[in-house]
Design a protein around this ligand. Sequence first.
Ligand SMILES: [Zn+2]
Length: 215
Amino acid sequence: MSKVKIYDISMPVHENMQVYKNKEEKKPVFSVIRDFTNGDAFETNVKMDMHTGTHMDAPLHMVEGGETIDKTDLTKCITLCRVIDCTEIEGCVKKSDLEKKDIKPGEFILLKTKNSFTEQFEYDFVYLEKSGARYLQEMKITGVGIDALGIERSQKGHETHKLLLGSDILIIEGLRLKNIRAGEYLLIALPLKMEKLEAAPVRAVLIEKDAWRNI
Ligand SMILES: [Zn+2]
């Protein structure tokens, strides 16, 4: 049996989970269609916003006519990545914060912030500010993940989303990184194949960089 440690960095999906700005219409609704009291099987219907919990945004989310989530390049979803410790940062992650991190072209960066330490929606959650997004774009990374349900807030014109999605940089939102040390890992984060949609839920996991060969 494999002894490889797999870190689940996904948010549990349930009816009382945190959702963006606590909006009622964003909360998932589970309807049990049948169960063992009225049938011989269990079956559930789920009504859910595609930006609920851990999910990936496609360019269409912010770019008119942009690519849809089912067209995502899966080679970018199973990849080495680096978790960067941003837990001391208040407010937003800026270029000046990222410049110290030795980011290289082709990297997939996960931003671990204080957001990972609460399961409530915080209106002042830490986000990636546009100068940080521009810097990551200049560094030609392949993707960026954050432990907030949005990669930005309070920026006119959604500049962070547009900078990243306009440059084919994948965005994963809603990660849970509380128990993850900074460093390199294998990331597996495959979005559901939802045709023509702008986003989809992801089950995201990390595997220690040198351990995955032993699976
Ligand atoms: Zn989203």
